[in-house]
Each structure stands twice: as C-alpha cells, then as structure tokens.
Design a protein around this ligand. Structure first.
Ligand code: HEC
Ligand code: HEC
Length: 207
C-alpha cells in the first residue's frame, strides 16, 4: 500500500510541476522574501546573454530595444508566452522564448522587474510636450498617469524613443509581428507626428 502511494506521488509530482500556473508562482514569490531572493539570484544568472541587448540592469543598449528594468513581472512573463506561441515574432526573441524553461522565465521576470530605469532626455523637447497631450487624452487611462502600467499592461515610462515609435507604428499598421487587439484599436487613428511626440514624451517620463 505504502509503495503504491509513493509510486502515485512520484508519477504525480512532475505533472504538477509542469502544470504550475506561472502567475501563481509569481504571486507566491512576491509574497515571500526568501523565495524572492532565490528567484532574483537565479534570474541574475539566467540573464547574462540577455544583458548584451537589454542591459544587465535592464536598460537597453540600443534605442530600438526595449528596457526591461522595472517592467511589471506579469507583463514580462506574458511577453515570453507571446513570443513562444507566435502571437508576437522577432528574429532573436522567438527562438530564445522557446528555449527558456517556465522557471527561468519566472526568475528572469522577477530579476528585471526589480531593476531601476535610467531615464534619458527627450530628443526633441517640443515634440515631447505635444506627445504628452496625446498621451493624457488617449493612453493614461490604461497605462497610468505616470506610465507605470498595471499587472497586464506594460510600463511605458522611460522606454527608448525608437522602440516606442516602431511598436506604435506596428500596431497601427497591423504588422503581423505584433498582435494586440486593444493596441491596434487604440493606434488606428494616430498620425506619424503624434507617434513621434508620444515616443519623445515617454522616453523622458521618470516617475
Ligand atoms: C540580440 C538582441 C537581444 C537579445 C540577446 C535578447 N533580446 Fe529580448 N528583445 C530584443 C528586441 C529587439 C525586442 C523587441 C522585439 C519586438 O519589437 O517585438 C526584445 C523584446 C523582449 C521582451 C519584450 C519587452 C516588451 O517591452 O514588450 C522581453 C520580455 C525580452 N526581450 C526578454 C529577453 C530576455 C529574457 C533575453 C535573454 C534570455 C533577451 N530578451 C535577449 C532583443 C534581444
Ligand atoms: C484599453 C487599454 C489601453 C489603452 C487605452 C492604451 N493601451 Fe497601450 N497597451 C495596452 C495593453 C493591454 C498592452 C499590451 C499588449 C501586448 O500584450 O502586446 C499595451 C501595449 C502598449 C505598448 C507596447 C509596450 C511594450 O513594452 O512593448 C505601447 C508602446 C503602448 N501600449 C502605448 C500606448 C499608447 C501610446 C497609448 C495611447 C495612444 C496606449 N498604449 C493606450 C493597453 C492599452
């Protein structure tokens, strides 16, 4: 009898691990300083390669690459899922997302979410001022008045200008590499000039 129970547990445990819900895993980590420290340390070891593009501190090395610092961990996790399942595609990220284990993704999300964003100046301050007006009218209800986002909504504050410009243009033009119903709808009516303004503004936001 004991052996049957032991066998049952043995068979069951890998299945439980594989089915573990990542959002619950993130929540459990956030609620325990011990788990949080462990996840952070493992995340730090797992991001050595990512650091070449996104920075070891999550501040990206190029203007067309997104910052990961201080990004909402649930959003970071869902970005991996989207690259993994094809909802979003990128030459490098698609392959990387498929090679990471669930645990690595969770640990990386924990690590990067705890880094600080180094904010840059606006490239054209007049454009940033115009962009702020558009942002407050159309964007802040979801992304927040300070651009911090929420659980499933990305932080935008401090994102590099070129990344925001390209991403909004991709949403507007229904580029198949980036699919989001909500953002396609929002971006539909934005002009190139408005996109340029928003991108200048967000790069300077530093709450
Ligand atoms: C060669 C450069 C490069 C490397 C290395 C790289 N990335 Fe990326 N990453 C990018 C680019 C470019 C994008 C934006 C793709 C797009 O436009 O959809 C991106 C997007 C992301 C996003 C989505 C961010 C957002 O704001 O939506 C996450 C999360 C991410 N990368 C995590 C990682 C992790 C974790 C690693 C290491 C395992 C990694 N990346 C390695 C270039 C890179
Ligand atoms: C109804 C809520 C909502 C509104 C309004 C909204 N967004 Fe978003 N936005 C989202 C969600 C949800 C996502 C995540 C989409 C995904 O998973 O790809 C997102 C993603 C983005 C991204 C991609 C961020 C990244 O790291 O890749 C940018 C840039 C962005 N929004 C800018 C804007 C701007 C600028 C406006 C106003 C013109 C706006 N959003 C209005 C909900 C909203």
């Amino acid at each position: 009898m004991e052996r049957i129970v032991a066998l049952g547990l043995l068979l069951l445990s890998p299945m439980l691990m594989a089915d573990e819900d990542p959002i619950s895993m993130l929540k459990a980590i956030q609620n325990s300083s011990e788990l949080s420290k462990k996840a952070y340390e493992s995340g730090k070891e797992a991001i050595v390669f990512c650091g070449y593009c996104h920075g070891v501190d999550g501040n990206s090395k190029r203007n067309r690459i997104p910052n990961l610092a201080a990004q909402n961990p649930v959003y970071l996790f869902s970005a991996f899922e989207q690259f993994g399942n094809g909802q979003r595609t990128d030459y490098v990220m698609t392959e990387l997302a498929q090679s990471l284990t669930l645990e690595e993704k969770v640990n990386i999300a924990v690590y990067y979410s705890q880094q600080q964003v180094a904010v840059k100046e606006a490239e054209t301050p007049e454009k940033a001022t115009a962009g702020q007006v558009v942002y407050e009218k159309h964007c802040q209800k979801c992304h927040g008045s300070e651009g911090l986002g929420a659980e499933n909504i990305p932080r935008l504050a401090g994102q590099p200008m070129e990344y925001v410009r390209r991403t909004l243009t991709a949403f507007r033009d229904k580029d198949p590499r980036r699919h989001s119903e909500v953002m396609r709808f929002v971006a539909e009516r934005l002009s190139d000039e408005e996109i340029e303004g928003i991108a200048n503004y967000l790069q300077t936001l530093n709450p």
